[in-house]
Write a protein that binds this ligand. Structure first.
Ligand code: 5AD
Ligand code: SF4
Length: 443
């Protein structure tokens, strides 16, 4: 008898993993699996993991532990781990966790069907974590041109060559590689044709897109081409490294109509001494100069950032430099993280005498300052009429739809799902920490 097989997939971490997970879904459907939302219903459970911080990694082990009883109940259940923890640990994961069946690294997503079938038929345990050569990787770039969403990620580059001293990404994602612009544009046009209205170009460091390819166009030119694509209404990109933010790219915020007036430009620290130890390749003043240029070409641009608190050797003075930079830039939002040493990184070797409580205290001060600034930004939206690109029904399912402002704030308002894909003017009536509430104007 034919039995449909079912898989449950859990995704942690950044947009790169989100895109890899879309590919995983496609591949598993290709070998007869259907996705389910309850792990208890699945014949195959996969975790696509993140290793960027210690906390993220521990979460993975926590979740795996939760699936172990399912495996005890049903020994035929296949349990697999992919993504950055898989890449970092490789075969060791199989040694550590006796109930695990397969481990696939960041360059080996395409091998998944083969691996699952090997486990199914032979009950072997397998792992694939080899890095691939550039040519093979280029051929394997994730492409997905079907689906029904309003907004989509398109990968333009993968990997990272920056080796910021705290960061595990170059170690688990491999070297930087850019995708040919013709392929990116082809994918964007296909997506526009099936109703996608917003494109977010993603990569670990999109600003160094194309730098190494011969006869290729710059990232700014790529944006201009997408700006000229019929059907696409909004463009975003992430993540940007400040050192690679060229004047040509900054000018795009003034000249391209569809490019949203928001940029995520992680500063990490406001102290020159720490920035140098982080191997970031820019000074505080150079960063602030880029911010000024952005604000000159696009006066209503809003910035967001990532900041690490408690890098090894961070003094009170260093930390206060970060706070003062935050007050100067006035970020709309900051993703702040307490430093955690990552295996194989340069910073993990640095002497580190900061007590956990001291790190936590600084973190709390940073959060308090950011909350004040963010509240001002939210309050500034109150009463304004903002263009919202509607993405679909609100999660609460209470007759509301949700979408985003050009500044990337989520807005919920009463409306029908048929609005999905449209840009509608919405008056902001209440502001919350993570979203706005509004009412539609034009009806
Ligand atoms: N400890 C704390 N935060 C980190 N990040 C990256 N590595 C570490 C680390 N070892 C943060 C950076 C980065 C974001 C994705 O995660 O701020 O921009
Ligand atoms: Fe990590 Fe730095 Fe590369 Fe970003 S630019 S992925 S922080 S090494």
């Amino acid at each position: 008898m034919y039995m449909e097989k079912r898989f449950f997939l859990e995704t942690f971490g950044c947009q790169m993993n989100v895109v890899d997970s879309e590919r995983i879904v496609d591949l598993l459907q290709g070998i007869g699996y259907r996705q389910v939302v309850q792990p208890g219903d699945a014949d195959l459970i996969l975790l696509n993991t993140c290793a960027v911080r210690d906390k993220a990694e521990r979460k993975v082990y926590g979740h795996l532990g939760r699936y172990k009883p399912l495996k005890d109940e049903n020994p035929a259940l296949i349990l697999g781990v992919g993504g950055c923890v898989a890449q970092q640990e490789g075969e060791k994961l199989l040694e550590k966790l006796s109930y695990l069946d397969l481990v696939f690294g960041t360059h080996n997503v395409h091998k998944l069907p083969e691996m699952v079938q090997a486990v199914e038929s032979n009950r072997v345990r397998c792992h694939e974590t080899e890095f691939l050569d550039q040519e093979t990787r280029l051929q394997l770039f994730p492409v997905r041109t079907a689906g029904d969403s309003v907004t989509r990620f398109v990968t333009v580059m993968q990997g990272c060559d920056n080796f910021c001293s705290y960061c595990v990404v170059p170690h688990v994602r491999g070297r930087e590689i850019s995708r040919p612009s013709a392929e990116v544009l082809h994918e964007v046009r296909e997506l526009a044709a099936v109703g996608v209205r917003e494109i977010t170009l993603i990569g670990q460091n999109v600003n160094s897109y194309g730098c190494k390819g011969e006869g290729e166009i710059s990232f700014a030119r790529l944006l201009a081409e997408i700006d000229a694509t019929a059907g696409i209404e909004r463009i975003r990109f992430t993540t940007s490294h400040p050192k690679d933010l060229s004047d040509e790219l900054i000018d795009c915020f003034g000249s391209l109509k569809k490019l949203c007036n928001h940029i995520h430009l992680p500063v990490q620290s406001g102290s020159d001494r720490i920035l140098q130890m982080m191997n970031r390749g820019y000074s505080r003043d150079q960063y602030l100069e880029k911010v000024r240029r952005l604000q000159t070409v696009c006066p209503d641009i809003r910035l967001t950032s990532d900041i690490i608190v408690g890098f090894p050797g961070e003094t009170e003075e260093d930390f206060e430099a970060t706070l003062s930079l935050m007050s100067q830039v006035r970020y709309a939002d900051v993703f702040s993280f307490i430093y955690s040493p990552r295996p194989g990184t340069a910073a993990a070797e640095l002497p580190d005498s900061l007590a956990p409580a001291a790190r936590q205290a600084r973190f709390d001060r940073l959060l308090a300052l950011q909350e004040e600034i963010a509240r001002d930004w939210r309050d500034a939206d109150l009463g304004q009429v903002l263009d919202v690109l509607v993405e679909g029904e609100s999660r609460q399912g209470n007759g509301q739809v949700f979408g985003r402002t050009r500044w990337n704030r989520i807005v919920n308002f009463d409306g029908d799902r048929s609005l999905a894909g449209q840009i509608v003017p919405v008056r902001i009536t209440r502001v919350f920490r993570n979203s706005h509430l509004g009412e539609r104007l034009d009806h």
